[in-house]
Design a protein around this ligand. Structure first.
Ligand code: HEM
Ligand SMILES: *[C@@H]1O[C@H](CO)[C@@H](O)[C@H](O)[C@H]1NC(C)=O
Ligand SMILES: *[C@@H]1O[C@H](CO)[C@@H](O)[C@H](O)[C@H]1NC(C)=O
Ligand SMILES: *[C@@H]1O[C@H](CO)[C@@H](O)[C@H](O)[C@H]1NC(C)=O
Length: 198
């Protein structure tokens, strides 16, 4: 086990040490989320108040130096649904749902559907991608094991890279060297206004 993996494993075990999301409203659109703000990134999520819903709305704000950002909806990379997105031009984004069975480039997970929402844009310093992810709150991994995003709180992982401009949903990228784990307060991210978000 590499030192990095050991450190991450220990961090995961001591969940109280994890960064926690807080209430955050996008200053440019009437959407409020639970978000983590770290490493000049904002990773935000909002959920329906229905606990049987299978979709969520997410927002990723990143410095333009990052060509892509990936968010694992579970605490680990393998066997979890990972949303990967980055700008393909100054006005367009490429986003995809991925899954990997091991420590290797992930494959597109075709069941999940990601739709870009209003407010997505790039300016001189940051890009911002707002999306709805449908059929994303539960998934079956390559071994047939089902996974769900916990209805109250979910540990997620985020990573990013400064190379590999996204060009298509299956674009490849190199092993990210920085990873951030955080606890998403799903219960507090629920909003009765959810359907107005898309
Ligand atoms: C794009 C989204 C990605 C996310 C969110 C992500 C997240 C993570 C996390 C949380 C871990 C540590 C825990 C675990 O899963 O075992 C990990 C480990 C690892 N990941 Fe990823 N990863 C991503 C992409 C990639 C890609 C594209 C590669 C390879 C091409 C890769 C290669 C590895 C390797 C080799 C490890 C083993 C631990 C290490 O030595 O750092 N990852 N990843
Ligand atoms: C660019 O976008 C970022 C992230 O939304 C924002 O904080 C910043 O104020 C924007 N810059 C300008 C000049 O509008
Ligand atoms: C969600 O909010 C709507 C509108 O306020 C309400 O009608 C509905 O009963 C709520 N559902 C749950 C599960 O709380
Ligand atoms: C829901 O939307 C209404 C109308 O836009 C607004 O007045 C209210 O503050 C919103 N509530 C939440 C929890 O976002």
């Amino acid at each position: 086990m590499s030192l990095k993996l050991l450190v991450i494993t220990i961090l995961y075990a001591v969940t109280s040490a994890l960064a926690q999301t807080h209430a955050w409203c996008d200053p440019d659109t009437p959407r409020c989320f639970q978000a983590i703000e770290s490493s000049d990134l904002t990773i935000a999520a909002a959920f329906s108040n229905s606990t049987t819903a299978t979709d969520f709305v997410g927002e990723i704000i990143s410095p333009v130096s990052n060509k892509w950002v990936g968010v694992s909806l579970g605490s680990r990379m393998t066997n979890n649904l990972v949303v990967v997105v980055g700008p393909s031009s100054p006005t367009a984004f490429v986003a995809s749902a991925r899954m990997s069975s091991g420590f290797q480039p992930s494959m597109v997970y075709p069941i999940a559907k990601i739709t870009q929402l209003s407010g997505s844009r790039t300016n001189a310093t940051h890009w911002k991608y707002v999306f709805r992810c449908e059929r994303c709150l539960s998934w079956t991994d390559f071994t047939g094991t089902p996974h769900t995003v916990h209805p109250k709180s979910q540990v997620q992982a985020v990573t990013w890279g400064t190379t590999a401009q996204p060009s298509n949903p299956n674009f490849g990228f190199s092993i990210p060297d920085t990873k951030l784990l955080f606890a998403l307060d799903v219960a507090s991210a629920r909003t009765a206004n959810y359907s107005s978000y898309f």
